[in-house]
Design a protein around this ligand. Structure first.
Ligand code: SAM
Length: 248
């Protein structure tokens, strides 16, 4: 007996699109995504591409009208519903280019709902290219199978973040100068959460005092070693996902 081939094929490329998807919706694709499908993946008429728009789940779409630089992808069936993203915000100070890109890519793979850049006094970088970070989030979501993109919020100053922090959300604060052991503390603090990570130079004493004074703040230790900011951001996210997120 011959095996039934998987449908949609496991090898089908995945693409995020801005167009609202639905049965029969045709999406015109050009630019880099078209180059990737036509020249790199060598897509042929009727081949399946998986599409997601961040709102309606994932769709199998058939390729048609393939030309040199553009093609059309037409939705034929929904393959997955929109995922329920764990309610976790990663709030981190901007750090140097390659490292903040790494945080965006990995945070998306790990499952965060929002990436919130936070400007602090010792940050060595005070501007962020949000378009570039968005592109990293999209690429990571395409690769890891997410059906929803993380929100990417504009950078805010630390005092504004603390002022506007929602009453119903824990503000976990990764404090290398001493905090509660993470593995013992997270289980007692379920529900919506954010994790605040400092820049290369850490938080200054006034910032640390202001964070600790916040009614929703819980200072956490990530162990006895001083981690680089990107290591701390990703390790803390993985720990939260394991204990309070959707890894269990
Ligand atoms: N203040 C330090 C210094 O300049 O020597 C290092 C800051 S560390 C590179 C960047 C951020 O990672 C910190 O602000 C903190 O949020 C987080 N972090 C690093 N190691 C940590 C640990 N062991 N426990 C909790 N947070 C940590």
């Amino acid at each position: 007996m011959t095996a039934t081939p998987a449908w949609p094929p496991h090898s089908a490329p995945r693409l995020h699109v801005e167009t609202a998807l639905g049965e029969g919706v045709a999406v015109a694709v050009d630019g880099n995504p078209a180059h990737y499908l036509i020249s790199v993946m060598r897509i042929k008429p009727d081949d399946i591409v998986l599409l997601f728009d961040g709102r309606s789940g994932e769709w199998a779409a058939r390729a048609r009208d393939i030309r040199k630089r553009d093609l059309v992808l037409q939705c034929v069936a929904r393959t997955r519903p929109l995922e329920a993203t764990p309610d976790f915000w990663l709030c981190c100070a901007p750090i140097r280019k390659g490292r903040i890109d790494l945080i965006a890519e990995k945070a998306c793979e790990l499952g965060v709902a929002r990436l919130q850049p936070v400007l602090t006094r010792r940050a060595v970088v005070d501007k962020l290219n949000l378009d570039r970070l968005h592109a990293h989030l999209v690429e990571a979501a395409e690769q890891c199978g997410r059906t929803a993109l993380p929100d990417l919020s504009p950078m805010v100053k630390l005092d504004a973040l603390l002022r506007d922090w929602p009453d119903d959300r824990w503000l976990f604060f990764a404090d290398e100068s001493g905090g509660a052991p993470l593995a013992e503390t997270l289980p007692g603090h379920p529900g919506p959460a954010g994790m605040l990570i400092g820049p290369e130079g850490g938080f200054d004493p006034d910032e640390r005092a202001a964070i600790r004074a916040h009614p929703r703040a819980v200072a956490l230790s990530l162990g006895p070693r001083i981690l680089r900011a990107e290591t701390a951001a990703l390790a803390a996210t993985a720990a939260w996902m394991t204990i309070n997120g959707d890894w269990s």
